[in-house]
Design a binder for this molecule. Sequence first.
Ligand SMILES: [Zn+2]
Length: 112
Amino acid sequence: MKEVKEKLLAERETLITKLKGNDLSVDDSETPDPVDLAVRNYSKNVMLAVSENESRQLALIDEALLRIEDEEYGVCQNCEKEINPKRLAAIAWARYCLNCQQLLEQGLLEED
Ligand SMILES: [Zn+2]
């Protein structure tokens, strides 16, 4: 369990560093060229999308860390069965067992 926690904490650090690295404050004052502006806006949107993914993953990691504290780690948040250890080894912050994850991806499971 200690290893998992360390893995999660390390992953968390990486994400925070990445998020901080995404500087979204682009100075538009010197860009009268609309093409240039469009390109800038485009890359801004891409960066925002990336940040969104990373923020989401960060939230999942925080949740997983809380579950470790509560000694609920490795339990599916939907059916409360144990999540396959192989799955956890691959995705340490997994909330659901494979079965429930598939339901979720098919839109058959509502996330809280
Ligand atoms: Zn499940």
